[in-house]
Design a protein around this ligand. Sequence first.
Ligand code: TMP
Length: 208
Amino acid sequence: MLRGVFVTFEGGEGVGKSTQVKKLEIALKEKGHDVVVTREPGGCPAAEDIRNLIFHPDYDGNWTVEAETLMMFAARSMHIKEVIAPALTAGKIVLCDRYIDSTYVYQGNIKGGAPSFMRELEQNIVKEVMPNLTFILDVPAEVAMERVQSRGVENHHDRGDREFYEQLRQGFLNIAKDNADRCVIVDASQDEETIAAEIIKVVEEKLK
Ligand code: TMP
């Protein structure tokens, strides 16, 4: 039985997810909640190894979309087993920086992978371990590009052009529209404190 609350943060490159995950973690811990913070791809040793392989300079950007999708799900399978499911079973709040929506957008919308293939993997691997709440952090493509350029390029996704950033944005907005029961779009071009206040308000409502 998954008694906890599973919150994911999604959005393109440079939307400020990590900052908001940190702020929410601090706010929830101050209120006495038991919080586990994690990320994808990664979150446990085996999945972090898979992440290093996905973004290894020798292969980054050159995987077939099927190979990349399988590795995302292989990492996710281990992450669920070792971190997410145990924490939710113990009644904790899990905050995860990216999850399955990123696969549908990056490997699906951007790289042309078949959604049916992803759905099959989702049914077999993710099963009921779906987020109760997903924040889609949304900023205009130009703002995201500027932020990534000033932060520095980390993987081949960061090297995308304006069209890539626009496709990412639309991909996540479509997911929010199709999953309105769990997704909340946040205007991430506002200042960090305003965004954090908006997010904690929604989470507190969910925890009631
Ligand atoms: P981040 O930790 O900076 O968000 O980087 C993770 C990268 O992995 C980011 O470029 C998006 C990418 N990614 C996918 O392509 N598919 C996925 O399923 C996930 C979880 C991440």
